[in-house]
Design a protein. Structure first.
Length: 283
């Protein structure tokens, strides 16, 4: 079967097979992929709330195409939530989108495949461009996923990826931990760990990319209502999917207490979204 004009490559039942990510030991998973999909399913109808932020990060990422004289014909959009594909099509590029959530894919248009980033179902050398905007940070085996992306690229194909970087939501992480410790005497992990910028180029190189580059970017977000931050995280599908997350209902006062403890100069809560912008070429 052909999907969107491209021949898919199916992983074997045990998660092995040409170009697939090796199966992550169940005891060493960081993220619950079923929860990630459910969160993205739930976020699909709310996406308009955070579309401006997604469009801004996508625009900054896709603008890196202006730094090369090469022209790309066929692209894979991984987890673009309906904002990346239009930017690429405006440049005359044919695009296939994929996402773990079929409901999220319905927010966009054009050829689309519901697929797990950890087991991409595309044949080798299917694309000459892959763009992954804020979509790879819930992957358990990031080096393995990058290897699969590199194999899906044609020679001299380009990967553009953005990931939340270390420092993102640090004030929220600390505030939640402190508030929960005060309320219940213990704190469960509630904010995802993020990649360090300095590791970005090394990850690309490890996955077989050449001329790897990782540079920093940032968005400053401001909220008059601190609770709106939690609403935006939910609308983006970015709520807690850690394997070690607590399955119990959090203390009723937790989130209000945590947000009240975060600095809010001039009555507005400021949140910094640190971005690791990755660029790598298939050899």
């Amino acid at each position: 079967m052909r999907i969107g004009g491209y021949q898919p490559r199916h992983a074997l039942a045990d998660g092995t097979g040409p170009g697939t990510s090796s199966e992550v030991d169940q005891d060493h998973r960081i993220f619950d992929r079923i929860a990630v999909r459910r969160h993205r399913d739930r976020a699909a109808p709310l996406l308009g709330r955070v579309r401006p932020v997604l469009e801004e990060t996508a625009s900054r990422l896709v603008d890196r195409l202006d730094d090369t004289t090469l022209r790309f014909a066929q692209a894979l959009d991984i987890g673009g939530r309906g904002v990346v594909a239009p930017l690429l099509r405006a440049r005359g590029i044919d695009v296939v989108s994929c996402d773990l959530s079929a409901r999220m894919l319905a927010c966009g248009s054009g050829p689309a495949v519901a697929a797990d980033e950890e087991f991409l179902p595309f044949a080798p050398q299917s694309f000459d461009l892959v763009v992954a905007n804020l979509s790879l940070h819930w992957v358990n085996d990031l080096p393995g996923a990058l290897i699969q992306i590199r194999l899906a690229l044609r020679p001299n194909g380009l990967l553009l990826a953005s990931l939340p970087a270390l420092g993102t939501l640090d004030t929220l992480r600390t505030a939640l931990a402190d508030a929960e410790a005060d309320l219940s005497g213990a704190a469960a992990p509630r904010v995802s760990p993020f990649v360090e910028l300095r590791d970005g180029a090394a990850l690309l190189q490890r996955a077989g990319f050449v001329l790897p580059v990782a540079d920093a970017d940032a968005l400053e977000l401001s909220y008059a209502d601190p609770l709106a931050l939690l609403g935006d995280l939910r609308a983006a599908g970015e709520t807690n999917a850690l394997v070690l997350r607590s399955r119990q209902m959090p203390p009723r006062a937790l989130f209000a207490a945590a947000l009240a403890g975060m600095p809010a100069p001039e009555g507005r809560l400021s949140v910094r979204l640190n971005l690791a912008m990755l660029t790598g070429w298939a050899p």
